[in-house]
Design a protein around this ligand. Structure first.
Ligand SMILES: [Zn+2]
Length: 321
């Protein structure tokens, strides 16, 4: 799938690589609906390719190994079941990265959910970031870059992916669907600014969970207090949505232009509620801190009743101290 809003970033990356100005440590924040995952994957393949031009060639031995998911110098690490990435996994990785590449090309490590590394794990990685072996690339994809240790952040190049404007998104959607959008579809799609892939999924009827979650939270928060009942299998989605909703409330409080909001469908509900309850930005930030804290605790401790903890947090949104 072609993602035109990422083309400029890609051109820059290729140009830096060709001019040997491409460092070895990179941070590409995870942005699900923006295509960051596909972008990062393409970059990893590009770095591994033995004869890249503007992208991975797809034909060399290295590319074929990537395609069959058996490339011995390509390491992908992620948090499993929202748990922490422990020091053992990182040590295993850094030891592997010290070996000579078995395909005579580059070695690439891609750490997803990178903010879930424990402090010990992050410190173990730090040494490799400081003294990299030749032709080794490390890419971190955190969901929140601010949650990485500052010592880690400062040693990486931060990639900021361009967010398309609404006209760009609309043109892309029209191209993908092969038809124009109805006025109702336009309105619906505008809820997905910053997440065109979610807009496309919604138009195709593959409803994005995240957006549905936010809509339900908005309704409960501002209207009827009918809070959802998160389960063991979907609490992570509710936690994401909680953070997304609180960020949206802050944007509204800061009078960000309506077309830059992520959930304009809930705008009026939010404005009325914020006014009625006289909610301050400080309060919203305090609720956000609780969400971050919950996310951190769940990645470090097993056996927590996260659905219950989430519900307790939501109840606080209504009750001012
Ligand atoms: Zn290749």
């Amino acid at each position: 799938m072609s993602l035109p809003w990422l083309r400029e970033s890609w051109r820059q990356v290729v140009s830096d690589y060709q001019q040997q100005r491409f460092g070895h440590a990179h941070c590409i924040p995870a942005r699900e609906g923006l295509g960051a995952e596909a972008y990062t994957q393409a970059l990893a393949h590009y770095l591994l390719c033995l004869q890249p031009t503007q992208r991975a060639c797809g034909r060399c031995k290295s590319c074929l190994l990537v395609q069959s998911e058996t490339h011995p110098d390509y390491y992908v690490l992620r948090s499993e079941d929202n748990r922490a990435i422990g020091v053992d996994k990182i040590r295993e990785l850094t030891q592997a990265l010290q070996q000579t590449a078995s395909q005579h090309g580059a070695k690439v490590a891609w750490i997803k959910n990178a903010e879930r590394m424990t402090t010990e794990a992050a410190n173990a990685l730090l040494k490799t970031l400081e003294e990299p072996t030749a032709n080794t690339y490390i890419i971190l994809s955190p969901e929140r870059t601010s949650a990485l240790l500052p010592t880690i952040r400062s040693r990486m190049r931060l990639h900021t992916l361009n967010e398309p404007s609404w006209p760009e998104i609309e043109a892309w959607l029209v191209q993908q669907l092969g038809r124009s959008l109805t006025p109702e579809e336009q309105l619906r799609s505008q809820q997905f600014l910053g997440a065109p892939l979610h807009a496309l999924a919604a138009l195709k009827g593959e409803v994005s969970d995240n957006i549905d979650y936010v809509g339900r939270l908005a309704q409960a928060c501002c209207v009827d207090s009918k809070w959802p009942l998160p389960t063991k299998s979907d609490w992570a989605g509710w936690l994401d949505a909680s953070e997304a909703w609180l960020h949206e409330l802050i944007r509204i409080k800061q009078r960000v232009a309506q077309q830059r909001l992520r959930f304009p469908g809930s705008y009026q509900l939010a404005v009325d509620w914020l006014q009625r309850e006289q909610i301050t930005v400080a309060e919203i930030n305090a609720w956000l801190a609780l969400c971050y804290n919950l996310r951190k605790t769940t990645s470090e401790q097993a056996g927590l009743n996260v659905p219950l903890l989430l519900q307790q947090q939501w109840l606080q949104w209504k009750h001012k101290p």
